[in-house]
Design a protein. Structure first.
Ligand code: ADP
Ligand code: ADP
Ligand code: ZN
Length: 214
């Protein structure tokens, strides 16, 4: 099973990917996470990407596609892939087709998380994660059960992304509308797009995705 989770920033792609990993033993391939790791490690890719990410713009197709190629090469053939935040442009969508082919995989579904844009700013400005294990939280919609303690690992250290501010979010939404949404019709023509109401609760969204992938 290979799926793309598609939706604007804050739609819930990372949250749902984590559940798919846990429930179905799939692997999450998040170009955003890979880029943040590269920035942290100050690799050449990270040094190049940082300013672009801070501005909310898109990193080059080549850089993110190389990251995905390397991850696919390192994966077990029978572990399913969840593409989270990739592809984001028509060029990336074409490259992904080639990469899947190269690595002997086929795309089963493109799951579009449909969300109301006004809610996204609230979701993103309230987003934080565990500094130790990366578990995702939200100030009001999804706080840890015990305040200040990670449900998953017990850590008391949390962090927020530098690009999760209102101004950058607006740019990221525009990038999504202008460059990412236009890749949907191509997948629609292949009959593999499934839509899920991303405004439902986290559990309801998970159930809807589970019923699609079976
Ligand atoms: P994405 O990866 O698409 O940018 P995230 O999964 O990081 O989105 O979710 C963005 C924020 O919204 C997080 O703080 C997360 O806890 C919260 N969130 C995710 N799904 C929902 C939902 N269905 N309802 C309310 N809040 C949600
Ligand atoms: P979100 O959770 O808000 O959808 P991501 O974590 O996926 O955001 O991405 C954060 C930033 O990393 C993006 O704003 C962009 O600068 C860069 N990025 C991530 N994935 C891609 C990609 N596939 N193509 C280009 N840039 C990307
Ligand atoms: Zn944790």
């Amino acid at each position: 099973m290979n799926i793309i989770l598609l939706g604007p920033p804050g739609a819930g792609k990372g949250t749902q990917s984590a559940r798919l990993v846990e429930h179905h033993g799939m692997r999450q391939l998040s170009t955003g996470d890979m880029l943040r790791a590269a920035v942290k490690a100050q690799t050449p890719v990270g040094l190049k990407a940082k300013a672009v990410m801070d501005a909310g713009e898109l990193v080059s197709d080549e850089i993110v596609s190389d990251l995905i190629d390397a991850e696919l090469a390192a994966m077990d053939a029978d572990t399913g892939a969840i593409f989270d935040g990739y592809p984001r442009t028509a060029v990336q969508a074409d490259i992904l087709d080639r990469l899947l082919d190269k690595h002997g995989r086929t795309l089963d579904y493109v799951i579009e998380l449909e969300v109301d844009e006004d809610a996204l700013v609230k979701r993103i400005t309230g987003r934080f994660s565990c500094a130790n294990c990366g578990a995702l939280y939200h100030d009001t919609a999804n706080p840890p059960a015990q305040e200040g303690v990670c449900d998953a690992c017990g850590s008391t250290e949390f962090k927020r992304r530098p690009d999760d501010n209102e101004e950058t979010v607006r740019t990221r939404m525009q990038e999504y509308r202008a460059k990412t949404a236009p890749i949907l019709p191509g997948y629609e023509a292949r009959g593999i797009v499934r839509r899920v109401d991303g405004m439902a609760s986290i559990d309801e969204v998970t159930a809807a995705i589970d019923s699609i992938i079976g």
